[in-house]
Each structure stands twice: as structure tokens, then as C-alpha cells.
Write a protein that binds this ligand. Sequence first.
Ligand code: FPP
Length: 279
Amino acid sequence: MLFDKLTRLLGDALRPKPEYITVTPVTDSQPAPVLPPPEALPRHVAIIMDGNGRWATSRGLPRSAGHAAGTEALRDIIRASDDWGIGALSLYAFSTENWSRSKEEVAALMGLLLKYFSSEIDELDEKNVKITILGDVDGMPEPQRQALLSAMERTGDNTGLRLNIALNYGGRAELTRAARLLARAAKDGEIEPDDIDEDAFAAKLYTAGLPDVDLLIRTSGEMRTSNFLPWQLAYAEMVFDDCFWPDFDRTHYMKCLAIYAGRDRRFGGVKGQTPSTTA
Ligand code: FPP
């Protein structure tokens, strides 16, 4: 027990720290973060839940144990988002590239997915959460495909938290799909090519109707967007937390939200200046 703890602490200390981290690990000596007022909260939060594998490996556990622990973290972050009135939460759960992982790991993730939906769907529906899957649902194995379609159908009319789970998702694939849908509509005479503007394009994305992402959080110290929501992240603020995803809890989340609330968002403009004529 003590030996395990020491090994873990040593591992954490030796893990190279990226040069630029915006969230320092939460320690007892730091004041607890405070939830920003509702008007300062992001409307749409996206999270890249990274570090499950390293969390498990640093404890001598199989990677699947990291994903199981990561599912517990995800459960509470969804609840916190609902409790705090976040409008939309998009989670990167499985990319199109993740199929290249070992058969065992993919099977473990698929198993967790089924388990998650069967154990959580009642509570999510009761809380008025609307679930949308971002990605190619038809490319999922049949039991998972059925569970995902049924979750989307069951919660389709809900009006609370918009919970988006990216599965079998790739950002470039999402953009090419939107282009294909628009090209088809133009070919069929439903729209004119000149009608294709940013709004028309956004309407063909999986996130149609949702505001752009205001805040992207990525755990585990990695600082990449990894093909996640490239269109929707165009003006997102990014906060990187160096804890592994299974350790990300409400305190970490609150801290990320507080950092976001303190950011100065200008969207390409300059504060205090009267805008010139629009382009
Ligand atoms: C990244 O960590 C995490 C994933 C690829 C999977 C995320 C999945 C979950 C949190 C649980 C399952 C999801 C649902 C919706 C039930 P990694 O494995 O790449 O970690 P590493 O970088 O340390 O190897």
C-alpha cells in the first residue's frame, strides 16, 4: 500500500511537466475555487478526457481500469454541468483513430459504453438532459448503435443540458460530411451554391443549432485539439489541466470555469473601440 503510493508519487514527480500549463494541481493549501456567476459561465464546454491509460499504468493496472475510472469521472462531471446550469457539454469519448487500439482495449471501451447508457439513461432523461451523439453512429457495433439511437430518441425532446458524446468521431470527417451534404443539396437544386454561408455550413454539422464551444478543457497535460470539433472551437478559450482524466473532479472543473471567467475574449476585435463598418 505505502509502496504503491510512493511509486505513484515518484512517477508523478518524474513525469515531465509541459512548459505551459494553465491549471496547477489542486492541493489542500490552495483556496477552493469558487463557481463563477451564471453570466460568466461558458454556454458550451468541450472536454478531451485524456490520460485514462497513463492513470492505470501508473498504478500497475490494465488500461481498461483507467477507462472504467474515467467513466466515473465523466458521470460526475455531467452531473456537475447539469447542477451548474452549463448549456451544452461535448465529450470526446472515442475517435475514428481509436479503432487502432488493441482488440481488448476497444472491447473494454465498447463494454463501458453499453454499461454507461443502460445505467444512466433513466437519470439523464429524468433530469431533462438531451443526448446527441457526434460521429458516425452507423459505424458502431450493432448493440452500441442500438443503445445510442435509443438514447437519442428517448431524450430527443428534452430541453435541459445538451449532452454531446463524440463517438467514432473525427473533426475533418465531420467537415467533409457537411460539404458533401451541401454539395448534394446544390446538385438536387435545393440550394444555390451562393447560398452556402457559415450558418448554412454549421447547420450541417452534428452540433447544428448549438452555440460554438466557449471553453475547451483537456486533461493530462497534453496541449492539442486532436481533430475534435475544429469548426466549433474556432474561438474557444482553452484550459489545460495536467491531472489524468480519472482524477478530474468538480474542484478541477470549477477551477477551469473560474479561469475561463477571468479570460478577456475579444473575438478579433479591440475592447473600447467602436466597430468600423462591417465587411
Ligand atoms: C483518452 O485516454 C480516453 C479515451 C480514448 C476514452 C475516453 C473514455 C471514457 C472516459 C469512458 C468511456 C466513455 C463513455 C461515454 C462511457 P487515453 O486512453 O488516450 O489515455 P493515455 O493518453 O494515458 O493513453
